[in-house]
Design a protein around this ligand. Structure first.
Ligand SMILES: C[S@@+](CC[C@H](N)C(=O)[O-])C[C@H]1O[C@@H](n2cnc3c(N)ncnc32)[C@H](O)[C@@H]1O
Length: 354
């Protein structure tokens, strides 16, 4: 008798067919796959136990709060400028309503990558994609439910004139947009982030995907007095009118957090420059920003450097630990775009057009 790793019910091993099947939810995997998943689960649970003891830290450069089931509510003061280690869907329910001026959400992508290794066609090295457990959902329905629940909780904690940003690739942005509209959010813009250093389509079977889309919205159509710093928007957008296209590289170089073996800590760490643009265009100093799926904490890190307040939530203890480390080194930041207009023009070959 085994534990079902999907619903926690009772699962049975069938050595003849080489499978494990759950009697409650019908989940079925090969014995080999079950053993791999079980090993991963044990590793995470051991790490979490250790974390529970080591990191209830309030004295570091960032307040780290470990969410507990017994904790029923949080005050704004309790969570101000902290990262909460916990499940956003539970933690948000405990927060007071209408406290945030802006929300940035970089949710799981649900990339649905094939299980087999993807190798670069020419050099034959393995492509490091996003294959993390946090990006896995069993179906579109399960993914949609997660996004819908998250956006419902978030809406409650947004001030009436707050704005919200959601970033995703073509895998999920259309679903997210529909869910937002169904929930009554009113879309103000989409911003196309053009990456100057995208991962090529190694197999040469599709266009290289060099963009991500950011949706920028208000809670509902009647929200009018939201913050929009148009001078920054003009400065950051492409061309003289500051169009809704931002050209900047993926997070790399010294900015990219890596472990001692030079392996990336987080597969989707966002560039500081991207968050800088989001924060400067849609908030003012002293505002309170929420990131409920914080990863390695880019939103709070940039918010702090730009004199904004923040609250972050992240479910994975390893990332929370890295947020803590990251905040020990303060960030120096300017409000000028890091990618110059000249480089943007070069990129689009527009130099001689003006
Ligand atoms: C796309 S990443 C965010 C990356 C982040 N913007 C950065 O720059 O590091 C999404 C994150 O959501 C976290 N996550 C997934 N489900 C969650 C949940 N229910 N509550 C809190 N965090 C969650 C994952 O662990 C992952 O780190």
């Amino acid at each position: 008798m085994l534990m079902c790793l999907k619903c926690g019910g009772i699962a049975y091993r069938n050595s003849y067919f080489g499978t494990v099947t759950c009697q409650s939810c019908g989940w079925k995997v090969s014995i080999k796959e079950y053993e791999e998943l079980e090993n991963q689960r044990k590793e995470v649970s051991e790490m979490n136990d250790k974390f529970q003891v080591d990191y209830l830290d309030k004295n570091g450069a960032i307040k780290v709060i470990s969410d507990q089931d017994e904790k029923q509510t949080y005050t704004k003061e309790e969570v101000l400028n902290s990262v909460i280690w916990g499940d956003a869907l539970k933690v948000l329910k405990k927060m007071p309503e209408e406290i945030f001026d802006m929300v940035f959400i970089d949710p799981p992508y649900f990339l649905q990558l094939p299980k087999k290794e993807l190798r670069r066609w020419t050099v034959k090295t393995v492509v490091e994609g996003v294959d993390d457990d946090w990006d896995k959902f069993s179906s579109f329905e399960e993914y949609d439910d997660f996004i819908r629940n998250l956006l419902t909780e978030v809406k409650r904690v947004m001030k009436p004139n707050a704005t919200i940003w959601l970033i995703a690739t073509y895998h999920s942005i259309f679903r997210i947009g529909k869910i937002m509209q169904d929930l009554g959010y009113w879309i103000l813009n989409d911003i196309i982030w053009v990456k100057t250093n995208p991962m090529p389509n190694w197999l040469g079977v599709r266009f290289t995907n060099a963009t991500e889309t950011l949706i920028w919205a208000v809670k509902d159509k009647s929200s009018k007095k939201y913050t929009f710093n148009k001078d920054y928007a003009k400065q950051f957008g492409v061309g003289k009118i500051g169009a809704n296209v931002w050209v900047l590289p993926l997070c790399n170089g010294k900015e990219r957090l890596k472990d001692e073996k030079r392996k990336k800590i987080h597969s989707t760490q966002k560039p500081i420059e991207l968050l800088k643009r989001v924060i400067l265009t849609s908030t003012n100093e002293g505002d309170l920003i929420l990131d409920p799926v914080a990863g390695v904490g880019t939103t709070g890190y940039v918010a702090k450097a730009l004199k904004r307040n923040f609250v972050m939530i992240e479910i994975n203890s390893k990332y929370v630990e890295w947020i803590k480390k990251r905040f020990e080194k303060s960030l120096r930041i300017t409000d000028k775009p890091r990618v110059s207009e000249r480089r943007i023009n070069q990129y689009f070959n527009l130099e001689n057009n003006s």
